[in-house]
Design a protein around this ligand. Sequence first.
Ligand SMILES: [Zn+2]
Length: 319
Amino acid sequence: MRIKITSILILTGMLIGLVTGLVYLSSTAYHVLKTPTPVAVSFDVERDPPAITRGEITFKGVGEIPEILEILDEHGVKSTFFITGRVTDNYPQTLNLISQHGHELAVHGGYYHDQKIRGLGKEKQIEEINKTIFLIENLTGKRPVGYRAPGHQIDSNTINALEELGFRYDSSVVPSLAGFYLYDHKLYAPSFPYNPDYSDPFKGGDMNILEIPLTPVFLNGNLDSLLAYQGQFITKLELIISVVKCKIYRKPLVIYLHPGLMADHPNEPSGYRSGKYLIGEFNEILTFLERLNVRYVTLEEIVEEAEETEEIGIKSQDR
Ligand SMILES: [Zn+2]
């Protein structure tokens, strides 16, 4: 009899434990899923990729920007455009248009996209980056606060130069193993926004500037971020996985795109898939993302939110 009562008590205890656990898990899952994921849609505006133009310097991507802006408006998206000095200098009307639509203008390297900045001393890097800051500020009246290095190429001098120039964030790091810029991908870098170390931009540390890494995608063989170099967009399955991962780890999803790929390049070598049709696919992706409970933010807004709250994972080394 006593044994029977004891087993009933044990069973009841187990049952209560199980139910409590399930309630806890489902409420956590509910909370995770119902919190909208911050999604930053960012564009790198530069000369069209030379691999596609067969070495010719063209700027067809700049011509696609008005259509891209319309799509962003339709979806209520405010995004961040990283621009080279040369584009700023040659296409001031386009920059004004981007700015009039309420998007953030940020710096993409020095005057020329292909100019190597990494490896130069800090003072020299400051001088090169200053050329683009000056052009953007002169045109819009607003000093840019964000930076992305062409080819993701940064070193400790770059990040120190950026902090000295008053930048609030850098968004160059790709925390993955492979991709088109194999050498520049850092698997050990945090995939959360983090404050870098003064001597290593790929490690968390005490700097004031925030590093907002790109979100790598691991399926489809493309470890680059959301638009692969050859013009293949992320699949819906990849999007779902990426968004759910961001929800679980409470980090923002950072998409990066090249208008240069979203223009027709009829003479592109085989294997590339650039073209205007990608603008349609981009539209579809925004529509799909909206069903996944996301909210669109600029990268500058990520910095603001990170400064206000610990929610976004500032100073966190977790992956
Ligand atoms: Zn670039």
